[in-house]
Ligand binder design. Structure first.
Ligand SMILES: NC(=O)c1ccc[n+]([C@@H]2O[C@H](COP(=O)([O-])OP(=O)(O)OC[C@H]3O[C@@H](n4cnc5c(N)ncnc54)[C@H](OP(=O)(O)O)[C@@H]3O)[C@@H](O)[C@H]2O)c1
Length: 278
């Protein structure tokens, strides 16, 4: 495993919350950090603040709205063109549930928004960056999922009926876990590991404050989630660990559907079709 100072680490959704804090910590330790966000003005401002606070000039910002699969593809292309190496991809960007009764929203591709941003974008980004990761092996893919998980209903995967944004969130988070296990299995022995985690419960972030229709308020600090995520990014003892789900720093058991090979295969086929991957 390379020293952190020699690593290139992409963190999606690093303009706020958990992603921003972890990007700052990694920049402090000298890594090359590829920040990502969806708002160029906010991205430029957060980049400026992180570079100023850490005095690390090797922090870059990439803009892409993950609610568009074309923007996900463009993001991957820009990274492949600009970066000769990539050690870690953290699929962290996400949107949370806001309040009961919120109408169903769609991505640019016409998919249910939380499914598209929280799950499908990371699914596609990992595939698009895979050649670069394999070229850079040992490398890591980390999916920031959640302990909030709900069994995927394959007859209504994108919640066309009886929409409920809390269910949409929990299904999207479990979908990330299913795909973590699928991709880890496919990449076994390649030097690219794939793991996922629930960082911490109700961290004091924008997602929790905006979700006041569901959440009673913050219960943990963002630092606690950052510690768990940074462990998956950096810990040398996890170099070979793959296909695992962590609750904080502890290896844990996810929703039982994640261990159902038929469900995983079904999700893979649907995701390939939705992303036009042949
Ligand atoms: N907070 C918790 O207690 C908790 C618990 C379990 C799991 N998680 C997971 O942790 C991750 C980070 O959550 P957080 O609490 O740090 O949330 P947050 O503070 O709201 O940050 C979310 C990040 O994702 C970005 N993002 C959202 N939609 C996007 C889109 N369409 N395209 C590109 N970027 C987008 C946001 O950009 P903007 O800055 O433009 O909004 C922001 O940078 C999520 O995956 C979440 O599900 C959080």
């Amino acid at each position: 495993m390379r020293a952190l100072q020699d690593q290139v680490i992409l963190i999606t959704g690093s303009t706020d919350g958990l992603g921003r804090l972890v990007a700052t910590h990694l920049a402090q330790q000298g890594a090359t950090v590829l920040m990502h966000g969806r708002d160029p003005a906010k991205g430029a401002e957060v980049l400026r603040e992180i570079v100023q606070a850490t005095q690390n000039p090797r922090v870059r910002y990439y803009n892409a709205d993950l609610a568009s699969l074309q923007e996900v593809r463009d993001l991957a292309l820009r990274i492949r063109l600009n970066q000769p190496r990539l050690d870690v991809v953290v699929n962290n960007a996400g949107i949370g549930p806001v309040a009961p009764g919120l109408p169903r929203r769609l991505s640019a591709d016409g998919y249910e928004l939380l499914f598209a941003v929280n799950y499908l974008a990371g699914f596609l980004l990992a595939r698009e960056l895979l050649p670069l990761l394999q070229h850079s092996a040992p490398a890591r893919i980390i999916n920031v999922a959640s302990i909030g998980q709900q069994t995927l209903d394959f007859d209504d995967l994108q919640l066309d009926h009886n929409y409920d944004d809390a269910r949409a969130y929990r299904q999207s988070k479990l979908a990330q876990i299913l795909d973590t296990f699928t991709l880890a299995e496919a990449l076994a022995g390649s030097g690219v590991t794939v793991n996922c985690l629930h960082p911490a419960t109700l961290m004091a972030t924008k997602m929790v404050s905006e979700g006041s229709g569901y959440f009673p308020g913050a219960k943990t600090t963002t630092e606690q989630g950052a510690e768990a995520l940074e462990r998956l990014i950096c810990a040398p003892e996890l170099q070979r660990s793959t296909g695992l789900y962590y609750d904080g720093v502890r290896e844990a058991q996810a929703n039982e559907q994640a261990y159902d090979a038929t469900a995983r295969q079904r999700l893979l086929e649907i995701s390939n079709r939705l992303c036009n991957i042949t």
